[in-house]
Design a protein around this ligand. Sequence first.
Ligand code: B12
Length: 212
Amino acid sequence: MTDFTKENKELYDTMVAYKVPGITAAVEGARKAGMSATQIIDGLSAGMTQVGVLFERGKLFLPHVLSAAAGMKQAMTILDPELKASGETTAKKASVVMGTVEGDVHDIGKSICSTMLQCAGFDVHDMGRDVPKQTFIDEVKKGCTFCGMSALMTTTMTVQRDVISMLKDAGLRDKVVVMVGGAPVTQAYADKIGADVYGDSASETVAKVKDL
Ligand code: B12
């Protein structure tokens, strides 16, 4: 098996350096070295998490975080054709509705999950970010196997609980598998609010959804 430690470190380092041209160059370099899109995303995601840590410590500021986020999006645009092509080879599986909950604009992690589920052959409808609670209910009414909600703030993770309550009130809770995720969300919280699946990362989410 090829050891991509050097390329992985480069992806991580360029993401932490938050410059879009550097990130795209590292992605191109990693592709040339033979890394798969999923391996590249893992390296970049680790760097993005570190950007968050440095931001929290006051070592990086909002424009730096925005630049790193733009680099991540650019990388996903580069990798999208490869990811889509690998998805096309698989027969379409169950349908998944994904969105970042209302009041929350963080969509990087959610979009990675959507793309990777798509690669695994699932029929994914990504509703974007700041999605109103009622929109999740309406989508479940229309019919989907999985409903995924992302929340990146302690102030918005309560919306996941609200949507689950609304599903219960509408008599829809048993009709859908509810997935929750996002940095502040934990397995304990997922259990507490009655979600079916908690995903710590995109790869863990894909593995759990495939199992179900
Ligand atoms: C990038 C970022 C931003 C970017 C977002 C760009 C974008 N398009 O997403 C920008 C600069 C716009 C931003 C804005 C804000 N941010 Co911000 N941001 C971050 C940062 C640094 C990284 C988040 C990220 O992308 N991580 C990388 C991805 C890959 O990881 P992830 O999201 O966790 O996703 C993975 C898993 O969680 C999981 N997953 C994710 N979603 C789902 C869903 C399902 C269903 C499943 C199963 C799994 C799953 O899989 C993903 C892939 O592996 C975090 C710091 C942190 N530690 O998280 C702060 C952070 C989340 N932001 C924070 C804040 C406060 C804000 C602002 C309010 C700042 C402000 N004062 O204006 C605004 C929010 C406005 C709003 N209403 O939403 C706080 C939240 C604090 C809190 N209350 O909890 C954090 C924690 C930083 C901090 N410590 O202060 N932010």
